[in-house]
Design a protein around this ligand. Structure first.
Ligand SMILES: Nc1ncnc2c1ncn2[C@@H]1O[C@H](COP(=O)(O)OP(=O)(O)OP(=O)(O)O)[C@@H](O)[C@H]1O
Ligand SMILES: [Mg+2]
Length: 229
């Protein structure tokens, strides 16, 4: 489903050259939930962004379902992002002027879902994340954990094939974070979505099928977790 071959990325900034990724190769099994683990600055966000087409590696190839992601035309890439990708960020990144309902429905609208389908799917997701009555609320009326649940529902609304989540639990306490990831993996697995998240939390790592450790832009070796959650 998802394969990186020898991905490198160097940033040139005021601090000079920074080798954020130094030849990362990995394979994520279709339908698996993988965790990328590493210290701050190790390259997790850069790797996720390269895997999701949000950033472009200097060299190397990202294959998604066998096609070279960064060889797509801008039009094909934006179609891919809209239809097949879901993202969850560290701080939810909900649209503050849209209600919870509209936030979750957003990818469905972009993909041209009918009103009936959109309303049905959005309410189904609200029920699923335990926020059945919160549709009309605005994001600032939610707790941090609730915001992240809405972000997960939004990322999965259009049933993407690939979900990338960059430290989705970083702003939550450990119990709330683990509950969130358990819910995210459960919902993603039901629709056969391949998921990759980055985390520092060992409890979150235990929920993943596959753990990838990254250090200074290099992958440290892969371990398979015996727990499939
Ligand atoms: N736009 C940029 N310009 C220059 N350097 C950058 C840029 N983005 C990231 N870097 C550098 O690249 C390295 C990897 O950054 P990255 O954000 O991928 O790390 P991370 O593992 O996600 O860290 P964190 O856990 O703090 O989010 C860091 O040393 C960072 O300072
Ligand atoms: Mg990061």
């Amino acid at each position: 489903m998802l394969e990186c071959r020898d991905i490198s990325k160097t940033y040139h900034s005021g601090r000079g050259k920074l080798h954020a990724l130094r030849g990362v190769s990995l394979k994520i099994v279709p339908g698996a939930a993988a965790a990328i683990v590493g210290k701050s600055g190790s390259g997790k966000t850069t790797l996720l962004n390269c895997m999701g087409g949000l950033d472009r590696p200097d060299s190397g190839t990202v294959f998604v379902k066998g096609f070279d992601l960064h060889a797509l035309s801008p039009h094909a890439l934006s179609l891919f992002l809209r239809r097949d990708m879901g993202f969850v960020f560290q701080f939810g990144n909900l649209l503050s002027y849209l209600t919870v309902f509209e936030n979750i429905a957003f990818p469905l609208r972009l993909n041209g879902a009918s009103n009936r389908k959109l309303e049905h799917r959005t309410q189904e997701l609200l029920d699923r994340i335990g926020l059945s009555g919160a549709g009309p609320a605005l994001p600032h009326e939610l707790s941090g954990g609730e915001v992240q649940r809405v972000a997960v529902a939004r990322a999965l609304a259009h049933r993407p094939r690939l979900l990338l989540a960059d430290e989705p639990t970083a702003s939550l306490d450990s119990t709330t974070g683990t509950t969130l990831v358990r819910l995210m993996f459960e919902m993603g697995r039901e629709s056969g979505c391949t998921m990759v998240l980055s985390t520092h939390d060992s409890e979150v790592m235990d929920l993943a099928d596959q753990c990838l450790h990254i250090r200074d832009g290099l992958l440290q070796g892969q371990e398979n977790s015996d727990q499939t959650g």
